[in-house]
Design a protein around this ligand. Structure first.
Ligand code: ZN
Length: 294
């Protein structure tokens, strides 16, 4: 796909310090998404949050409310997290997706499937300590299959998130056994220093992953920079033919002042145009991946 797919990563579980423009409430998320759409993004990725405190919400009703507000305010592709709950029964991990699917007005279209189990302890080099030495994120193949089948049963397409080269080695087996489908939306996770479950957000960290993207698979890849300024890698990603997943959920972008999500997207789009890449519309993304639109 020549056009640039831009996924706006609107909020994650990021606090409003240091950037107060992280959206929490459903209406805030929808307004931020619509502004990102105007700036050139086509996919809205979000997590449900408490409107006041920003605490993580696992409530399917809140996800439905966000879905409804998103659909009402723009034509963006709707992509909630699959990480609303991670430590409970598998069915609960996609309960919010099933609730959203009950109405076209709230339905999700894409969800991220993390193709790894990982040590998620964050290391502080200055303190020489981990934040929590017991932190583990577990995704067995059986879990990935159950999540994939659960969401596909209601017409939602799983994307693959690669944490490392071993994640990429899983891609073909998961395609061959029906857990993933072509064309594949493949996301490459890069992370800031101290977050050891992904490759470093550098040219070398990216290129090591690109070396192991399987040949002959029909896919589009994008890059996610958790805790990292992805704009610093923009030229490299554009040269390599990749797409982007970025926003205030991952990084505050104070290099741009106190930007909104849309400001970050607009900055990327200007760089992309210098490389001759125009942003893809949501309709183009739906066509590429066979998504059921609004
Ligand atoms: Zn997320």
């Amino acid at each position: 796909m020549d056009e640039l797919l831009i996924e706006a990563r609107l909020n994650e579980y990021t606090p409003r310090e240091p950037n107060p423009n992280v959206p929490f409430a459903p209406e805030e998320i929808a307004q931020a998404a619509a502004a990102c759409r105007d700036a050139g993004a086509s996919v809205a990725h979000f997590h449900a949050r408490d409107p006041e405190t920003g605490a993580a919400s696992t409530e399917p009703a809140v996800y439905c409310e966000i879905g409804r507000a998103l659909r009402a305010s723009s034509d963006m592709v709707v992509m909630p997290t699959l990480g609303a709950t991670v430590s409970t029964a598998i069915e609960e991990r996609f309960a919010h997706i099933l609730s959203m699917a009950k109405s076209p007005a709230t339905r999700a279209e894409l969800v991220p499937l993390d193709l790894a189990s990982a040590n998620t302890s964050v290391y502080d080099r200055g303190q020489r300590s981990f934040d929590n030495e017991d932190s583990l994120y577990e995704n067995t193949v059986a879990t990935l299959r159950a999540l994939s089948e659960g969401v596909r049963a209601v017409g939602v397409r799983p994307i693959g998130v690669a944490y490392s080269v071993p994640s990429l080695r899983l891609v073909e087996p998961l395609l061959e056994t029906g857990v993933l489908q072509e064309p594949l939306y493949l996301q490459l996770l890069l992370t800031r220093e101290g977050v050891l479950s992904g490759h470093p957000a550098t040219r070398r960290g990216l290129d090591a992953l690109l070396d192991f993207i399987p040949d002959g698979v029909d896919l589009e890849w994008n890059v996610l920079g958790y805790g990292s300024n992805l704009l610093e890698l923009a030229d490299v990603v554009l040269e390599r033919g990749g797409h982007f997943a970025l926003g205030l959920g991952d990084y505050p972008y104070l290099e741009l002042g106190t930007p909104t999500n849309a400001d970050v997207i607009a900055n990327l789009v200007a760089r992309a145009r210098a490389h001759g890449r125009e942003p893809a519309t949501p309709a183009r993304v739906r066509e590429r991946f066979g998504l059921i639109g609004p």
